[in-house]
Design a protein around this ligand. Structure first.
Ligand code: TXA
Ligand code: MG
Length: 337
C-alpha cells in the first residue's frame, strides 16, 4: 500500500525515507520520486522502480539555499555568481550543476560524474520533508521511465501505487514541466542543458555580466558522454504516436487523416474551430497553461485504448516557448510546422 501523507504526517514520511523507502514529493514543476541521497541502496531502488537507465544522474533536492556550498567545490568568483543566481531564482524551477566534493554522494546519484545537479524546490511541504529527513533527497520525476512526468498525485499513483512507501499530498503542480538545468561546472562558460520555465533571457536580465548558451541539441543526443545524459533518451511518451503540429496546419492534417481516431490537444481557440467531433484535451489559452496541462493531456490519452494517434498544438519557436517545445518534440514521432 502506498500511503498518502498530509502535512501533519511529514515526520512519518521522513521516517520512511530514513529507513531507505521511497516517498514521492510535490514541487512547483512536477512530482519527484524521493530517496535519501546518502543511501546508495535506496537510490538503487529509485532506478529499479522507474526502470531508469543507470547512466542518467539524479537531481539532489535541498531545503536551504546556502546548503549548496556544503557540497559544491567552487572558487570565489563562481561562489559569487552562484550566490547571485540563488538569491533571485531559489526556491524555484532552476537546477544548478556544480562540481562536487568527493565522498558525499554515492556514485549512483551522479552517474559517476564529478558534478551534481542541485535544486531548492518551491514547495513548502517538500522543503519541510527534506529538512525533517535530515539530508538532501534525490528526486527524478516520479514517473515510469519514458512516460510523461507526473503533475498530480493521481499520476504518481497510476505509475507507482503499491511500489513506493508514500506520496506527499498536494494540489496539481503549478508549472507542469521540469526545471531548467544550468551547468555551472565548466570554467569556459555557462550552459542550459535542459530548457525549463527559467529562460536564458530571464537569467541574463537578472544577473549582470552573465552570458548563457543553450547546449547544442545534436551533442545532447549523440555524444557517448552527453553533458546532460537524460536528454538522449526518448521521453514523455504515451503509447500512441504523437504528432506535434503548428496551429495553422492542424485543421488540414485532421482533414487528411479522417480514417484514424485522433485525440486533439490544443488551446481553447483552436479547439473551438474544429469542424468535427474529436476526443479533445484543452491546453487553456496561454503558454503557461499549455505547460501546465501538457503532461496531463498525454497521460489522459495514454489511458484510452480506442485512440490511434494524438495531435498536439506546437507553439511557435520563440524563447518563452522553449521548455514546452522541447518536451513536446521529445514526446513526438513527427513534427510539422
Ligand atoms: O523539475 C525537476 O527538475 C524535477 C523535479 C522533481 O525536481 N526533477 C527532474 O528530474 O526532472 P529528472 O531526473 O527527471 O531529470 C534530471 C535531469 C536529467 O536530464 C539529467 O540528465 C540531468 O538533470 N542531470 C542531473 N544531474 C546532472 C549532472 N551532474 N550533469 C548534467 N546533467 C545532469
Ligand atoms: Mg524525468
Amino acid at each position: 500500500m502506498t500511503a498518502i501523507y498530509e502535512m501533519k504526517d511529514i515526520k512519518e514520511a521522513a521516517e520512511q525515507l530514513n529507513k531507505g523507502e521511497l516517498v514521492a514529493f510535490p514541487t512547483e514543476t512536477v512530482f519527484g520520486l524521493g530517496a535519501m541521497a546518502n543511501n546508495a541502496a535506496a537510490v538503487d531502488k529509485v532506478f529499479a522502480v522507474k526502470g531508469r537507465p543507470t547512466d542518467n544522474p539524479l537531481i539532489v533536492h535541498i531545503s536551504h539555499p546556502e546548503e549548496i556550498f556544503d557540497y559544491a567545490v567552487v572558487d570565489e568568483a563562481r561562489k559569487a555568481l552562484i550566490t547571485q543566481i540563488i538569491k533571485v531564482f531559489w526556491p524555484g524551477p532552476l537546477t544548478l550543476v556544480v562540481p562536487i566534493k568527493p565522498g558525499i554522494f554515492p556514485d549512483n546519484v551522479t552517474g559517476g560524474l564529478q558534478t551534481v545537479g542541485i535544486r531548492l524546490p518551491n514547495h513548502n511541504g517538500t522543503q519541510k520533508l527534506i529538512a525533517e529527513a535530515g539530508f538532501p533527497l534525490v528526486g527524478p520525476s516520479a514517473n515510469l521511465s519514458g512516460k510523461p512526468s507526473p503533475t498530480t498525485v493521481d499520476h504518481v499513483l497510476h505509475d507507482f501505487d503499491g511500489k513506493i512507501a508514500g506520496v506527499l499530498n498536494s494540489e496539481p503542480t503549478q508549472i507542469g514541466v521540469e526545471s531548467t538545468v544550468l551547468d555551472l561546472s565548466n570554467p569556459e562558460g555557462v550552459q542550459i542543458l535542459r530548457p525549463g520555465f527559467v529562460t536564458k533571457e530571464m537569467l541574463e536580465s537578472q544577473i549582470p555580466d552573465l552570458h548563457v548558451e543553450y547546449v547544442k541539441l545534436s551533442s545532447l543526443e549523440t555524444d557517448d558522454k552527453p553533458k546532460s545524459p537524460g536528454m538522449k533518451y526518448r521521453h514523455y511518451s504515451p503509447k500512441q504516436p504523437v504528432i506535434a503540429i503548428s496551429r495553422d496546419k492542424l485543421a488540414a492534417y485532421l482533414a487528411l487523416h479522417q480514417t484514424e481516431t485522433i485525440g486533439v490537444v490544443a488551446s481553447d481557440d483552436v479547439l473551438a474551430t474544429l469542424e468535427q467531433t474529436y476526443e479533445t484535451y484543452s491546453l487553456g489559452d496561454t503558454i503557461k497553461t499549455a505547460m501546465h496541462y501538457l503532461y496531463g493531456a498525454l497521460r489522459y490519452f495514454d489511458n484510452l485504448d480506442d485512440i490511434d494517434k494524438i495531435v498536439v498544438e506546437l507553439y511557435p519557436n520563440v524563447a518563452m516557448h522553449g521548455a514546452y517545445r522541447n518536451r513536446l518534440i521529445k514526446a513526438s514521432s513527427e513534427t510539422i510546422e
